[in-house]
Design a protein around this ligand. Sequence first.
Ligand code: GDP
Ligand code: ADP
Ligand code: 5GP
Length: 206
Amino acid sequence: MDYPGNLFVVAAPSGAGKSSLVKALLELDSRVQPSVSHTTRPPRGQEKHGREYFFVSQPEFDAMVAGQAFVEWAHVHGNRYGTSRKAIEERIAEGADVILEIDFQGAIQVKEIFANAILIFILPPSWEELRSRLERRGEDSAEVIDLRLKNAAEEMAQARKFDFVIINELFERALFDLKAVVHAQRLKYAAQRRARADTFHSLNID
Ligand code: GDP
Ligand code: ADP
Ligand code: 5GP
């Protein structure tokens, strides 16, 4: 199915800077809308239901799986996370650009359903920096950080399946790269043909 809006999918090992980059992109570009996932993980610090995630119980999550509410869902770091179909399908059909911030298993499932989805993998510049960002973020216990670092090797091995790779060393540089990927999709023939129909018409091209 070909939708007028773009579906961007961003994955990265925990601590690579995925949330910070997506948040900065959303502040700069009002045409990109986030999709809020459902999770069985408890909220961290300042997180609010419906903003970062819809925080649901195990039975509520089970009911959504049974009701086929999810485009994809996965076990990540001992919790379950899922993207609801409603959160994306209507919006890309209306021409909005939607961005998903999900783990690599989910990203690959999304590409199977939405073949035109654009998969972007964020890498940290080094293992040392990845650990120190997780420690500096100060949101996770030492055991959770160790688990997330242990999972990071397996996650980063999946980067080859993605369309784009951004190395988040200097934040501004990585944000520039992310903006470039978003911008490039809007310059594709079909997108320009839709967005600039009058220009195409006046130039007698279709
Ligand atoms: P390149 O470094 O040779 O690929 O040249 P570019 O034109 O891609 O970018 C030059 C530098 O300017 C890079 O470090 C970019 O991150 C930075 N840059 C360019 N445009 C922007 C922008 O809109 N915002 C920010 N924050 N940095 C930018
Ligand atoms: P993720 O969503 O991938 O788990 P976050 O966006 O929460 O990662 O980033 C992890 C931590 O690293 C945060 O404290 C964030 O402020 C910091 N961070 C993100 N990008 C950079 C960067 N380029 N340089 C230094 N610190 C960064
Ligand atoms: P965190 O608990 O740090 O917010 O997220 C942990 C991991 O779960 C991250 O890799 C994040 O991308 C992933 N995640 C968040 N939402 C979803 C989702 O809807 N589906 C999948 N598959 N992964 C998700």
